[in-house]
Design a protein around this ligand. Structure first.
Ligand code: RUQ
Ligand code: CUA
Length: 657
């Protein structure tokens, strides 16, 4: 095989070698499926549509990517935490506020965990939540528009990794700090971490229309908090968080945080927390944060907040228990019944499974093994339902098929391990290429998994694709889980690092997709609803161009009387009322991106000309046969020039209106 690959690398020999394969043997995937069978299972022919939408985190791209399954085809990137010039996101005046934080405008983040909102423990396709890991934030996407409509910063948190995990009726999305820090922030020696650092868990309330608000935070010891999942069924009302670095090392964690045999899962009773907060047990704690949302005018607005309500477990009995869990656990996943809580120990040799009912009994019997910062530690034997032997090296995350099996991603040995929830025995394993992180079954973390496939979200691809310079593509792999054995069907590249993903049946949302914004309902104060209202207005050094676009012209398309030192606001309203007819707008030298304006929508681009002359602007989105004619000119004169501010209205003049 190695020899063959060596041959393939020599350009001239490629064709001969490839032909040799087809001639003598039928290529077989590592899952054992003949390539032709696999391709038939993932082939979505011309004009056909995929069965599932998959929303994957774009990792350090800061955004969300939308794919179809089983094809693996990429449909869209939805900008979330990063400016995205393709859509003018974070560049147009109407979208910038979504990137506001207490640190100012932050146009990037590291997104990890998309989560679809749930009703009764089942993904409902209304919203997608995703975390920003670096500058702690949670965003909400409206899945009818596939646009980011809200972002909220998490105060007193540092590294919003264990986030945003949704409770069964989307009451909350939960978030925990990955790095413990002083909370509120303070100027203290790093070596006083043990005394001065805390780890805050945050509960963000989700309203009836999806709107987020920070309800309360829970102060835990200064460990690292890694992942979370909410309980469901009998365990609804609880949320589970993994911890590592219970050693509280603050340097060289690769050694310092791996001393103990067991760290903890923190089991938090959020119903109890609500009671304690209602009784006034929470402490108002300083912490600046931004809350941003798209308002009814379709404009992102910002509100700065300055404090949160923090609960101390010592003031709220029954709020938190620690479940000892080997060793530096990473994922924590709750099975569809809500009874089993599976931990993935990065360095563990077994896969520990806790029982919720045993946990309840242990709490009732006070089967404690000491306490940490006043939080009772339950006895390991008292809560453990079983340990899955030989799960592979470095089990991380588990999803469920709803048919009695769990699927665990195993990083170091690079495989997916399928095991029985009854016998806690491995029944199948299959390699991944390579170094799988998360895995995802459609609905596989919910009460009713949709099943059918498991997707491996890999960290490394090495030799799987044509190389692309020093950085190789990120990748996912699709396996069938319909039979007893998993079968590899497809490799497909992803945008950024696909930390985690969610998939839902397309039928949940496909008919709800927004086609365009109704012009009559456009409430943007700078909207221009017809060509006859197009105009240019000077206010001191500001020039406001109220312009329209419709196939295939702008109104106005000639503007004179702009002067050096002016700031020009192009407020462009797209008059189209038809699906998929955005118009773009770009002008020479703009230190900004284009605008891409959806039908019926208004977007504003700011331009500061820095030289005298005549400058073209044009439509960037190929919109009609005369797209190339969709252009205009702006004349810029010296400061104080006698040239009058004038504009034309070509559309109105030809009676297009
Ligand atoms: S993590 S590879 Cu950022 Cu979700 Cu587990
Ligand atoms: Cu409008 Cu091209």
């Amino acid at each position: 095989m190695r020899k063959l690959r060596a041959l393939l690398w020599i350009g001239g020999v490629t064709i001969t070698a490839a032909a040799a394969i087809t001639a003598c043997q039928r290529p077989v995937t590592p899952g054992g499926l003949a390539v032709n069978d696999a391709s038939a299972k993932v082939y979505v022919g011309p004009g056909e549509k995929d069965e599932f939408y998959m929303f994957a985190s774009g990792g350090f791209s800061g955004n969300v990517a939308v794919y179809g399954l089983p094809s693996g085809r990429l449909f869209a990137q939805v900008p979330v935490f990063s400016q995205y010039p393709e859509k003018g996101y974070g560049y147009s005046e109407q979208t910038k506020a979504l990137l506001d934080t207490s640190y100012g405008f932050v146009p990037w983040d590291d997104a990890h965990h998309p989560k679809v909102s749930q009703t009764d423990g089942v993904p409902d396709g209304r919203w997608l939540f995703i975390n920003g890991n670096n500058t702690p934030r949670i965003a909400r996407l409206d899945l009818t528009k596939m646009e980011t409509v809200e972002t909220i910063e998490i105060p007193n948190s540092a590294g919003n990794h264990a986030s945003p995990f949704v409770t069964p009726n989307s009451e909350y999305v939960v978030a925990a700090t990955r790095f413990s820090v002083p909370a509120p922030q303070a100027d203290v020696p790093i070596a006083t971490a043990k005394e001065n650092f805390s780890g805050l868990l945050s509960f963000v309330k989700v309203g009836a229309n999806g709107e987020m608000s920070l309800a309360f935070q829970v102060r835990l010891p200064g460990y690292s908090y890694d992942l979370a999942h909410a309980g469901k069924g009998p365990s609804a009302g609880w949320a589970f968080f993994t911890t590592y670095n219970t050693e509280q090392a603050y340097t060289l964690l690769e050694r310092g945080a791996s001393q103990r045999d067991k760290d903890f899962i923190a089991a938090v009773n959020w119903k109890r927390a609500e009671e304690c907060v209602a009784q006034g047990a929470g402490v108002r704690t300083p912490g600046k944060y931004a809350h941003n949302w798209v308002d009814e005018r379709d404009i992102a607005v910002n509100e700065m907040k300055s404090e949160s309500v923090v609960l101390e477990p010592s003031k709220c009995a029954g709020l938190v228990y620690f479940l000892p869990t080997p060793k530096s656990p990473h994922g924590v996943d709750v099975d569809p019944s809500g009874e089993l809580i599976v931990a993935g120990g990065k360095l563990a040799t077994v896969l520990p499974v806790h029982s919720f009912s045993k946990m309840q009994q242990a709490i009732a019997k006070k089967a404690f093994d000491g306490e940490a910062n006043g939080i009772p530690i339950l006895k390991y034997e008292a809560t453990i339902a079983g340990e899955v032997p030989e799960p592979g090296l470095g089990p991380l995350h588990t999803e469920f098929d709803g048919k009695g099996f769990a699927y665990t991603s195993v990083f170091i040995s690079s495989e997916i391990v399928k095991w029985s929830l009854k016998e806690f025995k491995v029944v199948d394993r299959t390699p991944t290429y390579y170094s799988i992180g998360h895995l995802m079954i459609p609905g596989g973390d919910s009460r009713k998994p949709f099943g059918k496939y498991v997707v491996a979200l890999n960290k490394i691809t090495k030799d799987r694709y044509l190389p692309t310079g020093p950085e190789l593509t990120q990748s996912a792999q699709l396996y069938s889980i319909e039979g007893d054995k998993m079968r590899l069907l497809l490799d497909f590249p992803t945008v950024g690092e696909p930390h985690y993903a969610q998939a839902i049946p397309a039928s949940l949302i496909v008919d709800k997709q927004k086609k365009y914004y109704a012009l009559a309902e456009n409430r943007d104060p700078v909207a221009t609803r017809s060509e006859k209202d197009a105009r240019v207005v000077r206010k001191g050094n500001e020039v406001h161009v109220y312009m329209t676009s419709i196939r295939s012209h702008f109104t106005p398309d000639n503007i004179e009387g702009i002067q050096l030192g002016d700031t020009v606001f192009f407020h462009m309203t797209n008059l189209e009322q038809d699906w998929d007819v955005p118009h773009g707008f770009a002008i020479t030298g703009a230190r900004n991106s284009e605008l891409l304006v959806m039908p019926g929508q208004t977007r504003t681009l700011v331009w500061q000309p820095d030289r005298v002359g005549v400058f073209p602007f044009y439509c960037t989105d190929f919109c009609s046969a005369l797209h190339q004619e969709m252009q205009g000119y702006v004349r810029v004169s010296p400061k104080g020039s006698p040239v009058k501010l004038t504009w034309n209205a070509p559309g109105a003049a030809v009676g297009a209106n």
